[in-house]
Design a protein around this ligand. Structure first.
Ligand code: GDP
Length: 326
């Protein structure tokens, strides 16, 4: 049920043809969902279905059931989640665990009951053990303890993978899971209290430049390493998986290389044009020391990213200036 399952049809079905399909992107207002909607625009789908929180509260089972019963999509991508950076995760453990469990359980169960043809569930690289062997292979899942700062989110996402696997195993549903690395790009969350490191550094560097500050504040020691994937590459990988993958195992979606937080801050400084120094605030947590995923499985299926880190940061910074800058 493991290696030989990928890139082949373990349910007796061929590649999934999106032509004429009605696809629901759950979570279309988030960075990932918005990129998926843009990317699906270049497929010959019949309809891209979206629903705002005012139409359906995904944490409420009755609302999800009745909305899905009415819209009946052929395929679903689950990009809806309560997400946040290291501080938000650590501060709101109950919200991160409860809301993510509810969202995925409601969607997966209702989709199964309706016989939805295909579903892609998205998680994140924080599902892996804190000290997993690097680069982290899919098989590392559940081989050790999680990083304490984001275990709430991680447990919910692991449950989502298992739910897809369980519905596949028990009922034969073609539900697959993809685990993206840290993402960034247009529609990112630039709120400093809840954002991830990359948008935070873009915003802080831009403010430091505007205010002519001496230093850019960076949390932690700057030594942890992180991998970053541009969200448009992620969206492309998701469509690739939707069409070409029908396996039990989840699939990593990474960039293939990582940088230290210090190197990241230096790249952001360069792109933004802030010439002051970096000041490390070691009262803030470092989190997991390294989180580079092995994306060998996806690469071997024939998909690779096309946006390098500096180009992606440049595009994300342009988007920030046009849409979100203070
Ligand atoms: P993580 O990947 O789950 O640990 O989440 P983050 O993206 O929030 O943090 C990644 C690393 O960047 C951690 O070591 C943070 O301490 C560090 N970091 C440095 N400056 C910042 C910042 O301004 N905001 C955030 N969120 N993280 C920062």
């Amino acid at each position: 049920m493991t290696d030989q399952a990928f890139n082949q049809d373990d349910l007796g079905r061929g590649p999934y043809d999106l032509t004429g399909k009605r696809v629901w992107v759950a979570g279309h207002r988030g960075m990932v969902g918005a990129a998926l909607v843009r990317r699906l625009g270049s497929e010959s789908v019949a309809e891209i279905i979206t629903a705002g929180r005012d139409q359906v509260d995904l944490t409420r089972q009755d609302q999800v059931e009745s909305w899905l019963g009415k819209t009946k999509p052929d395929a679903i991508i689950v990009a809806a989640a309560k997400v946040g950076g290291i501080l938000a995760n650590d501060t709101y453990p109950a919200d991160f665990l409860y809301e993510n469990l509810m969202i995925e359980a409601n969607i997966i169960k209702a989709a199964a009951d309706l016989g939805t043809e295909k579903m892609l569930f998205l998680g994140s690289s924080c599902i892996y053990p804190k000290f997993a062997e690097q680069p982290i292979k899919e098989e590392s899942l559940l081989t050790g303890s999680l990083e304490a700062t984001n275990e709430w989110y991680a447990i919910a996402k692991i449950a989502g993978i298992k739910l897809c696997q369980a519905y596949r195993k028990q009922y034969g549903h073609d539900f697959i899971s993809g685990m993206p690395t840290n993402l960034y790009g247009p529609y990112d969350n630039f709120d400093l209290k809840s954002s991830h490191v990359l948008p935070a550094l873009i915003r802080k560097a831009d403010a430091a430049k505007t205010n002519d500050d001496d230093a850019l504040e960076v949390w932690g020691t700057g030594t942890p390493k992180r991998e970053f994937l541009y969200v448009e590459d992620l969206a492309d990988a998701c469509i690739f998986l939707l069409k070409n993958y029908s396996g039990y195992d989840h699939v990593n979606i990474g960039y293939g290389d990582d940088v230290t937080i210090r190197e990241l801050a230096e790249t952001v400084q360069r792109v933004v044009g802030f010439e002051g120094e970096l000041r490390f605030d070691t009262s803030k947590p470092d989190g997991t020391p390294r989180k580079l995923m092995s994306s060998e499985r996806l690469r071997s299926m024939g998909w690779t990213p096309t946006t390098d880190l500096e180009t992606g940061i440049r595009q994300a910074y342009d988007w920030y200036l046009d849409n979100a800058a203070d």
